[in-house]
Design a protein around this ligand. Structure first.
Ligand SMILES: [Zn+2]
Ligand SMILES: [Zn+2]
Length: 102
């Protein structure tokens, strides 16, 4: 709750500002209310490797586990946006998953 420094009345929020009936307005401070966390889990990609990779486009990749030549893949954006996305392959036969390094 905030009060007008001019007349002491209660300030009412309006259009992203606090406004008083006397005409006083105050800009709301840029609090961290809408802050987007960029501290994404560092081990996010690692964790996803152990999980089921969603079905994606099928590509001709040799599975290192069973030698099958078809796999689905998915692009995973790593921690920072300026890193190339990681490709995760999943063997369509034995469901083994692995990541590709370009
Ligand atoms: Zn006022
Ligand atoms: Zn396989």
């Amino acid at each position: 709750m905030e009060f007008c420094p001019d007349c002491g009345a209660m300030l009412l929020p309006k259009d992203g500002k606090l406004e008083c009936s006397c005409g006083y307005t105050k800009n709301l401070s840029d609090d961290n209310e809408y802050e987007v966390s960029d501290n994404r889990e560092a081990d996010e990609t690692v964790k996803m490797l152990g999980e089921d990779v969603e079905v994606g486009p099928t590509v001709n990749e040799i599975c290192p586990e069973c030698g099958h030549d078809k796999a689905t893949y998915k692009l995973i954006q790593t921690r920072s946006a300026d890193e190339a996305p990681t490709r995760i392959f999943k063997c369509s036969k034995c469901k083994h998953t692995w990541r590709a390094y370009d």
